[in-house]
Design a protein. Structure first.
Length: 63
């Protein structure tokens, strides 16, 4: 799954740790999601979309 997480995070000048803290996950989880090695669970994807104020489809897309 492709995602815009790194771009959205950079637009807010957040580090991976900043985003991880806001999501309640580890920095390694954020890195794995950003690099496409890990697809977030549906609840986490909803939390990410709420945090950025965007629909899930605006953040995540199929390969």
């Amino acid at each position: 799954m492709n995602n815009r997480l790194k771009v959205l995070r950079a637009e807010r000048d957040w580090s991976q740790q900043d985003l991880a803290d806001r999501l309640g996950v580890s920095r390694q989880s954020v890195n794995a999601i950003e690099t496409g090695r890990y697809d977030p669970s549906l609840p986490l994807a909803f939390t990410i979309s709420e945090l950025f104020g965007l629909p899930i489809e605006a953040i995540f897309s199929r390969d």
